[in-house]
Design a protein around this ligand. Structure first.
Ligand SMILES: [Zn+2]
Length: 222
């Protein structure tokens, strides 16, 4: 027995297909063509994740000229603490020689640090004296310099110069930053006290040793 249809209306398209080709029209693009390249390769891309945007760039291949230029720039002294080189301070960020042009990147210890103009001039002078005719010095403010960038050699030189090096790490996380005692660079005593927040420069505080009674500069953690 045949169940009669309720009406003569055509069935919904989805049920009545396949229609003759001529009435179907062109297939939707997504079905009639191969996937666009970018979609078909998506899974391939996922298997090779992009490095994080702020990852450190790979060290570039350093040629002899760049090495030499770096040596020269690294020997420039900090005008405020002339036993420290700008490399000891961690101020020298990058030196690249490209087609004879030297590009030096430095990060000031403090933005507006008056020593930076002198450092820039000294870098240009040192490099031109060493035979590099074209020198660009670029100041990069971010990431901001911290005393953590100072080298161990730099910290030793500070003590020998009579300045107490930074105590602790600026990058210490958490709400409590350990305040370490400042050691007197002359006698080594930890019995010291701050007598002025700003010493000979804004980077330093003026301290006094209660043991040997000498005042000294302390390079503040920054
Ligand atoms: Zn002392």
């Amino acid at each position: 027995m045949v169940i009669p249809r309720v009406s003569d209306e055509p069935l919904p398209r989805s049920l009545s297909e396949p229609l003759p080709r001529s009435s179907r029209g062109p297939l939707p693009r997504s079905l009639s063509e191969p996937l666009p390249r970018s979609l078909s390769e998506r899974s391939e891309t996922k298997r090779r994740p992009e490095p994080p945007v702020n990852a450190h760039p790979r060290p570039r291949t350093v040629d002899a000229a760049s090495r030499r230029a770096r040596e020269v720039a690294a020997s420039v002294l900090d005008p405020e603490v002339p036993v420290l080189t700008i490399e000891d301070l961690g101020v020298l960020r990058d030196v690249v020689v490209d087609h004879g042009r030297v590009s030096v990147t430095i990060t000031p210890t403090y933005s507006g640090c008056p020593a930076m103009d002198a450092i820039r001039d000294d870098v240009v002078l040192a490099l031109t004296s060493a035979g590099f005719d074209q020198v660009d010095v670029r100041l990069v403010l971010a990431p901001a310099w911290t005393t953590d960038w100072m080298t161990d050699a730099g910290n030793r030189k500070l003590v020998e110069y009579g300045i107490a090096p930074p105590t602790g790490r600026a990058a210490a996380s958490g709400p409590i930053r350990l305040q370490l005692s400042v050691r007197c660079p002359r006698c080594g005593s930890l019995d010291t006290r701050e007598i002025a927040r700003f010493g000979s420069t804004s980077c330093k505080a003026l301290y006094e040793c209660r043991t040997c009674l000498e005042p000294f500069d302390h390079f503040k953690v920054h």
